[in-house]
Ligand binder design. Structure first.
Ligand SMILES: Cc1cc2nc3c(=O)[nH]c(=O)nc-3n(C[C@H](O)[C@H](O)[C@H](O)COP(=O)(O)O)c2cc1C
Length: 233
C-alpha cells in the first residue's frame, strides 16, 4: 500500500481518503457476509482491506505534558502522509505486550530524566524482554522522540536517551527510522536519531516545547509513516 510523500497536496490527501472509504466499505460488506470467519481470523487481510497503511503504537511517558504534546504532533504528522494509518497512543505504563505485538510501527517517547529515559518507559522496555525471547518484534519499524529541559541545543542527555532506545529496538531485530536533516523542521526539533523538544528556557526554568519543535515532530511523524509503508510493503 502506497502513501504520499510529506510534500503531498490536499488533492492527494482527498484521493487517499476516498480510496480508504471505498476499501472500508468493501471490508464492511465482507464482514457482513461472514467472509473473515470463513477464511479464519485473518486480521492483517481485514486490516489491509480497510485501507490502513500501517498499525502504529506511540508509547510515551509524560509528567508535565511536554512529551505528550510531541506524541500528539507525531500522530498528527503520520495522518498527513498516511491518512488511513491506525494510530494508538498509550502511556508507557498502560502499554500491554499485545499493543507492541500488533503494531507495525512502534514509537517510543520519553522526557530525559537524569541523563536517560524515564523509569516508566524503561519499565516497558524491560517488560518487553520476553518478546525478545520470542522474536515477536522482529521486522517492525521503530522511531523515537524525547524532550529535555536543556541547557544546550541537545539538552542534558537527550542524544544518549534516544540512542539507548535505538539499541533496544535493534536488539529486537527492528528497523529504526531516524530524522534526516533534509526534513522540514530539522533545525528546530530534529536530531538524527529522532524528534526532540526542549522544554526549558535559557535560564533553565521550565517553559514548554516550542511550536517549531512540534512542527518538527509532525514532520518526523509524516516521514516515519512514509518510510514504514515502504519498509513493510
Ligand atoms: C526527575 C527529573 C530529571 C530530569 N533530568 C533532566 C536531564 O537530565 N536533562 C534534561 O535536559 N532535562 C531533565 N529534566 C527535565 C525534563 O526532561 C523536561 O522538563 C521534560 O520536557 C519533561 O517532560 P514532560 O513534560 O513530558 O514530563 C528532568 C526532569 C525531571 C522531573
Amino acid at each position: 500500500m502506497r502513501c504520499i510523500s510529506i510534500q503531498g497536496t490536499a488533492r492527494y490527501e482527498s484521493i487517499i481518503a476516498k480510496r480508504g472509504r471505498k476499501l472500508a466499505l468493501i471490508a464492511r460488506f465482507l464482514k457482513c457476509v461472514g467472509f473473515f470467519s470463513l477464511i479464519g481470523n485473518n486480521s492483517s487481510l481485514e486490516h489491509a482491506l480497510q485501507g490502513n497503511c500501517v498499525n502504529v503504537l506511540i508509547a510515551y511517558h509524560s509528567d508535565y505534558s511536554n512529551t505528550k504534546k510531541m506524541a500528539d504532533a507525531i500522530a498528527a504528522g503520520m495522518k498527513v502522509s498516511c491518512s488511513t494509518a491506525n494510530i494508538t497512543l498509550r502511556t508507557a505504563l498502560e502499554t500491554a505486550m499485545d499493543d507492541l505485538v500488533s503494531a507495525d510501527v512502534i514509537v517510543f517517547g520519553t522526557p530525559v530524566h537524569m541523563g536517560s529515559m524515564a523509569w516508566q518507559l524503561k519499565q516497558l522496555v524491560d517488560r518487553a524482554g520476553k518478546l525478545w525471547m520470542e522474536g515477536a518484534l522482529e521486522g517492525k519499524v521503530g522511531a523515537v522522540f524525547a524532550t529535555g529541559g536543556g541547557f544546550g541545543g541537545g539538552g542534558g542527555g537527550v542524544e544518549t536517551t534516544m540512542v539507548s532506545l535505538h539499541s533496544n529496538f535493534l536488539e529486537h531485530g527492528m528497523m529504526v527510522v531516524g530524522f534526516p536533516k533534509s526534513l522540514p523542521g530539522y533545525a528546530d526539533g530534529g536530531l538524527q536519531w529522532g524528534a526532540y523538544g526542549r522544554s526549558g528556557d535559557h535560564q533553565g526554568m521550565p517553559a514548554t516545547v516550542s511550536e517549531a519543535a512540534l512542527a518538527a515532530a509532525r514532520s518526523y511523524g509524516a516521514h516515519v509513516a512514509e518510510m514504514a509503508v515502504k519498509l513493510i510493503d
